[in-house]
Design a protein around this ligand. Sequence first.
Ligand SMILES: NC(=O)C1=CN([C@@H]2O[C@H](COP(=O)(O)OP(=O)(O)OC[C@H]3O[C@@H](n4cnc5c(N)ncnc54)[C@H](O)[C@@H]3O)[C@@H](O)[C@H]2O)[C@@H](O)CC1
Ligand SMILES: Nc1ncnc2c1ncn2[C@@H]1O[C@H](COP(=O)(O)OP(=O)(O)O)[C@@H](O)[C@H]1O
Ligand SMILES: [K+]
Length: 521
Amino acid sequence: MRNAHTVEQVRAAEAERFAVLPPGALMQRAVFGLVAYVVRRLGRVHGARIVILAGSGDNGGDALWAGARLAARGARVDAIATGTTHPQATAALLAAGGHRQIVATSAGPDEPTLRALLERADLVLDGLLGIGGRGGLRPAHARLAALAPPRRTVAVDLPSGVDADTGAVAGDAIRASATITFGTYKRGLWLMPGAAHTGPVELVDIGLTLPEPDLRALDDADVRAALPVPHETASKYRRGVLGLVAGSDDYPGAAVLAVGGALRGGAGYLRVVSVGRADPASGRIHGRAGDHVRAAHPEAVVTDIAPGDRAALLAAGRVQAWAIGPGLAGDTSATGASLDALLGEDVPLVVDAGALDPLADLLAADRTRLHRRVAPVLVTPHEGEFARLVGRVLGWDAAKAADELAADRLATVRRVAAETGAVILLKGARTLVVEPSGTAWVNTTGSPWLGTAGSGDVLTGLIGSLAAAGLPVAFAGAVGAHLHGRAAERAGVHGCLPLAASDLPRLLAATVTDLLTDPAR
Ligand SMILES: NC(=O)C1=CN([C@@H]2O[C@H](COP(=O)(O)OP(=O)(O)OC[C@H]3O[C@@H](n4cnc5c(N)ncnc54)[C@H](O)[C@@H]3O)[C@@H](O)[C@H]2O)[C@@H](O)CC1
Ligand SMILES: Nc1ncnc2c1ncn2[C@@H]1O[C@H](COP(=O)(O)OP(=O)(O)O)[C@@H](O)[C@H]1O
Ligand SMILES: [K+]
C-alpha cells in the first residue's frame, strides 16, 4: 500500500523530526535519495551535463545540494535561478565547481541562451517549487517550465506548478519524466490533472513518522492478498453469488461484457437478469440481452423479466451482491422500479451506466435514502455521468461540476459521497474510490487504451463479483480498478492493441493468474 498525505500532515511530521535531528539532516536524506536516482538513471555521472532549476526555498535547496554532489563527481552542473537561492546549498554547489550562472528574470538571459543550455542537458532537476508552492507559476518560473525538456526533466518532490494537495494546475507547470518525492507521496502526485505531469514517482524515505494517510493507492501485493481464492470446502454458493441486471434489446453487448468481467472476479455463481418484453405469439417474456449472454457465457444463469417487474427481479434468486446498469436503456421509470427493489435488499449494490440517472432521481426525491441503507451502494460514473448526478441531486450545473473537479477532484468527490451516502468510484485516468466517511483510494494502474466503449461494463461486472465474493464493496471498487488497469497494461504483451473491451476478460484472467502464481509472493 502506498500512502499520500496533505502538506499540513507533512509539515507537522517534519517539524517533529527537526526538533530532534541536527540542522539540515532531513534535507541531506532527501538529497541522498535524489542523487542515487540520478546516478542510476544516467549510469555515468562524470562529464554529464546537469541543469538545476532553482527556486528560492528548500525545494531549490534539495536540487542545488544534489547538484553539488554531482559536480563533486565530475558532472558539469549549471544552476538557473529566478532570484535568491538556498545559501548553503548554493555555496556547496559553487565550491564543488558548479556554476550559478544565470538569473532568469525579465532582465535575464535571452531565450536562445536558456534554450541552448536546457537542450544540451542530459538531465534537468526541477527545484523551482515544492510543497511551499502557492498558486500558479509566476512568469519567470513559467518561462522555465515551458522550456524544460519533459523527457529529460526530473521533478524534485513534485513537478513545480502542480498543487501538492489538490493536483490542480493553474497555467504552466513542469512536465517531468520522473518525480522523486520525499517522506511520503503528496496527494497532488496522484490526482488529475497534476498526475499527468509526474512520470513514474519514486519515494525516498527520510524517516518521517506520519499519521493515517489521507489517500491510499493499492499495490499488486495488496490486491494479491485481497483476491478471493476458493478454499478446500468451497462451493459455487459459498464463493458468492452475484446478481447482475444488465443489457437491453438496444444494448445486449453490455451484458456480455459485464458477465465477462464478473466471471473473473471470484464469485462462484452468476445470476443475470435480462430486461425484455412479451413475445406477441407466446406471451413469454424474452430479452435479446439474455440470448447474447447465453450464447457467449453458458455458465451464467439468465432470467428474462418484463421492464420494472420487481417481483420477477427478486425471484431471480438469493445473491450476496447486486450490480445494475450496464446497457440498460429505454424506460427509465422501469429501471427506477428495479433499482428501488434492489435498494430494499440488504446486500451491497453496484450502480452503473443506465441505472445512474434513475438513482439520481431517487436521491433527488429523498437524499437520506442511501444513508438509511445498511449495506453500502457503490456508484461508478465517468465524468459526464458524475456531472449529471450532481446536477440532479445537488443542483450543480455542468460548469460548476467541471470547475469543482478541476480545482480539487478528491475534495469534490468526498463532498458528493458524504452528501449522497454513496461510495463513489469516479472513472477516468486515476480513478478515485471514495467512501461517505472520506476514506479514499486512487488507482494508479491502467492506460488510455481503456477509454474504449464497453470497458466500464467489464469493470462493473468485475467489481460486483469481487463484492459478492466477500470484499467490502468500496475495497472491491479499488481492487477491481487496479485489476482492470493491470489487464489493460498487458494488452500490448498479449497482442490485444488496440484494446477492445471484449479482450479485457481474457487479460483479467492472465492478470489474476500471474498475481496468484507469482513465485515471489
Ligand atoms: N524542510 C526540510 O527539511 C525538508 C524539505 N524538503 C524540501 O523542501 C521543500 C519545501 O520547501 P519550502 O517550504 O522552502 O517551499 P518551496 O521550496 O516549495 O518554495 C517556497 C518559496 O517559494 C515561494 N513561492 C511560493 N509559491 C510560489 C509561486 N507560485 N511562484 C513563485 N514563488 C513561489 C515562497 O514565497 C517561498 O519563498 C519540499 O518540497 C522539499 O523539496 C526536503 O528537503 C525534505 C526535508
Ligand atoms: N485516459 C484513461 N486512462 C486510464 N483509464 C481510462 C482512461 N479513460 C477511460 N479509462 C477507464 O476506462 C473505463 C471506461 O469506462 P466507461 O466510460 O464507463 O466506458 P463504457 O461506458 O463504454 O463501458 C473506466 O474504467 C475508466 O477509468
Ligand atoms: K519541484
